[in-house]
Design a protein around this ligand. Sequence first.
Ligand SMILES: Nc1ncnc2c1ncn2[C@@H]1O[C@H](COP(=O)(O)OP(=O)(O)OP(=O)(O)O)[C@@H](O)[C@H]1O
Length: 294
Amino acid sequence: MNIIEINQLTKTYGKARGIMDVSFQVQEGEIFGFIGPNGAGKSTTIRTLLALIHPTSGSAKIFGKDCIEFAPDIAKEIGYLPSEVFYYDNMKVSDLLKYSASFYKKDCRARMHELVEIMELDTTKKIDDLSLGNKKKVGIVQGLLHEPKLIILDEPTSGLDPLMQQRFFDLLIEENKKGATILFSSHILGEVQRLCDRVAIIKEGKIVTVEKISNLQENNYKKIKIEAANVSDNAFVHIAGVNNLSVEGNLISFIFKGDINTVMRKIADIEITNIWIEEPDLEEIFMHYYESED
Ligand SMILES: Nc1ncnc2c1ncn2[C@@H]1O[C@H](COP(=O)(O)OP(=O)(O)OP(=O)(O)O)[C@@H](O)[C@H]1O
């Protein structure tokens, strides 16, 4: 079952591009990564899903319901952590959390206290006196205290130190095991690679690909490095599927996607001294998407 279903969603800000024709689905129980550089359109997509802004065209469903029409219903089952958290600075953390919990019918106190312990949050402080990282922790507790069915995270780790990041990830994995579906937006590949099952890559407002992380890494791409005394990149530049081609001294390297035999035949024509064929890491694959689509 699809928990999120996005169909040709477009949002323009006057003449400026927001997102164009964005479509993808997130299945129940998935941890789904949404990745792209700053300004690619991640927040615009998420804010449309949450009905914080309205789409110019296209539509999206959450739990099978239109996300604009049924926004208040849907909101009860969503935990959302925005990329930037703003609060009434004069409030005490404990009051803010109680206020947040009051929006839900169920009693959230037990889970709220657990989360406060896990994130080592001092609830006696005023929001105003908190560091950026501690404000983020408030957002995390606030987003998870009602044990939502769907957790939407927009760049959630900025400001958290590595220990807290790890705790937060453990928390997400725990929620996911209990049945929560997670949409995790980030521009940091490493964290998406660690946490997510599938990923949608967005560039300049458009989805470039939706793939399993394991597929991205293992099946389709090879990183090939060749050492040869007399060779230029001309030998490979015209082969379809060759990307990120670079030459440094006697070393030629590139990422290859396609029928490996075409490259092997080319290599057989060259006098080589060494060869390495490796799995590229996500960062290199990602670069390929960004360069080849230009
Ligand atoms: N309120 C707005 N008015 C005009 N343009 C906007 C507005 N909000 C976003 N945009 C534009 O829409 C595009 C997508 O921005 P968006 O914030 O969705 O990207 P993002 O991938 O979330 O990046 P970031 O991580 O920097 O937030 C950008 O070109 C941005 O300038």
